[in-house]
Design a binder for this molecule. Structure first.
Ligand SMILES: [Zn+2]
Length: 151
């Protein structure tokens, strides 16, 4: 797992001007939405390695591809993966899908829209694991949030 240098993730969410903006009217936005409608990209540092490599999350949008996870080494940026918010057309049920860019056909889908942080962590682990290990971590992640996973 990542060992952040700081126990608190550095995030500029609360300073984001979009957080004070009124939420856009949307038919998909039923009920109370806790998350601000983020329009500006902002970057969250997920973890930093002793060798200077930094894993960061670029928050992109409130729907669709909501974030990219990147590995930054000096000026070089490598994509580790992306997280997409999925909304079921019929039920309105939201879920999240993380697509790993390190391995092909390596994804982790979870049945809620709350645990994006777990998917960011999972994507950050891709570079340190084989595809099989990474997919096993995905199964562990799903079980940790109470999903039933068939092996
Ligand atoms: Zn992977």
């Amino acid at each position: 797992m990542c060992n952040p240098l700081s126990p608190l993730p550095i995030c500029c969410c609360k300073d984001c001007p979009a957080s004070t903006a009124t939420g856009a009217a949307s038919s998909a936005n039923v009920g109370v939405s806790q998350k601000p409608d983020v329009k500006n990209t902002h970057v969250q540092i997920l973890c930093a390695d002793p060798d200077g490599k930094v894993v960061e999350v670029s928050h992109l949008a409130a729907s669709g591809t909501i974030a990219h996870v990147n590995l930054k080494c000096q000026s070089k940026l490598d994509r580790l993966g992306a997280v997409t918010l999925l909304v079921d057309q019929k039920s309105g049920q939201k879920s999240l899908r993380a697509s790993c860019s390190v391995h092909s056909k390596c994804v982790c889908w979870i049945s809620n829209a709350r645990d994006a942080d777990l998917l960011f962590d999972w994507l950050a682990e891709g570079r340190r694991n084989s595809k099989d290990n990474h997919l096993n971590l995905a199964i562990e992640l799903k079980r940790s949030i109470g999903m039933k996973v068939k092996k």
